[in-house]
Design a protein around this ligand. Structure first.
Ligand code: ADE
Ligand code: ZN
Length: 331
């Protein structure tokens, strides 16, 4: 099975570039940028990964980003992720990034986007890993800040395929960003939003995503299973759900394997993703392997989940069909 997972060409639709910041790179960038870390070794960084819910994770995630200062830093971060993706036979990625987490520290939007884009171009040319970027807004910041960042992004519009919404979900509903997402849609961007697992008011948030924002995809969204109407609507629209099993194990102590199976049984397009792989210590293949080893997922189920990712991706139709045909040959 490990070999099968490795051999499948795969797409990843839910990975935060800042969540791929490995402890060794934290140290290398800190040294280059003259930053003193409160740790002696990369192993000490991992030892301090004490997260049990979304806020405790986000605190550690934002603190580590302080080492990302220059265009070269963002380039190296992104290229390191693509190298890992290539090694796992991940052939297509729609990575997230969090510009507000950088502009708020005095790092220019342009610095971030230039570094990421250079790594994307290099990964496509040299590693054969294609990608299209999704700009996320931080939902615990204001709608005005989100709108200002969308305006900042407009000169770079061809660098993005969509916008997303992440960070602390508590009391930060999709409705808060209705105007920003409507504007993004008018600019031709695809829309997705995090509906993290077991958050306060989560069913209301999923409903707003569907009825008010009219998203093109939902990140996480596992709690939709608690409401028949939501399941029906998600299945009817063919909306993708980007589920992150190992990430879920950190925040809800379960890979949510049963829930993933229920989604498939209900005709909902679940996909498997790594979320923040440097923190959760599992990239895409390790997420799939965990489902096999700990939840008994079969080859056929892994193939369906892999196929779903290409189907609900925002690839041009011809590229989508190319990969789906390759997968069909692996059934
Ligand atoms: N930012 C990075 N990872 C996240 C997650 N899993 N949920 C919300 N915001 C995030
Ligand atoms: Zn996420």
């Amino acid at each position: 099975m490990k070999n099968y997972i490795q051999t499948l060409p795969k797409a990843e639709l839910h990975v935060h570039l800042e969540g791929t910041l490995e402890p060794e790179l934290i140290f290398a960038l800190a040294q280059r940028n003259g930053i003193t870390l409160p740790y002696a070794t990369p192993a000490d960084v991992v030892a301090a990964y004490d997260f049990h819910d979304l806020p405790s994770f986000l605190k550690i995630y934002y603190a580590a980003m302080d080492v990302l200062r220059t265009e070269e830093d963002f380039y190296e971060l992104t290229l390191a992720y693509f190298n890992r993706a290539a090694a796992q036979n991940v052939v297509y990625v729609e990575p997230f990034f969090d510009p507000q987490a950088h502009t708020s520290r005095g790092v220019a939007f342009e610095t971030v986007i230039r570094g990421i884009r250079r790594a994307q171009d290099e990964a496509a040319a040299r590693l054969g890993v294609e990608s299209q970027l999704i700009m996320c807004f931080l939902r615990d910041l204001s709608a005005e800040s989100a709108m200002a960042h969308l305006q900042m992004a407009e000169p770079w519009l061809d660098h993005f395929v969509g916008v997303g919404l992440d960070s602390d979900e508590k009391d930060n509903p999709p409705a808060k960003f209705a105007e920003v997402f409507a504007r993004a849609r008018a600019l031709g961007l695809k829309l997705t939003m995090h509906c993290d697992v077991n958050q306060k008011d989560i069913l209301d948030h999923i409903r707003e995503c569907l009825d008010l924002i009219e998203v093109d995809r939902i990140d996480h969204g596992v709690n939709a299973l608690e409401d028949e109407g939501l399941c029906d609507e998600i299945a009817r629209r063919g909306l993708g759900l980007t589920v992150c099993p190992v990430s879920n194990r950190f925040v809800v102590q379960s890979l949510t394997g049963d829930e993933i199976r229920h989604m498939l049984a209900r005709g909902m397009k679940a996909t498997i993703n790594s979320d923040d792989p440097a923190y959760f210590r599992a990239y895409l293949n390790e997420n799939l392997e965990a489902l096999v080893e700990e939840a008994g997922f079969t080859k056929a189920e892994i193939l369906i989940l892999t196929r779903n990712a290409f189907e609900v991706s925002w690839l041009p139709e011809a590229r989508k069909q190319h990969w789906l045909e390759r997968l069909a040959a692996m059934a």
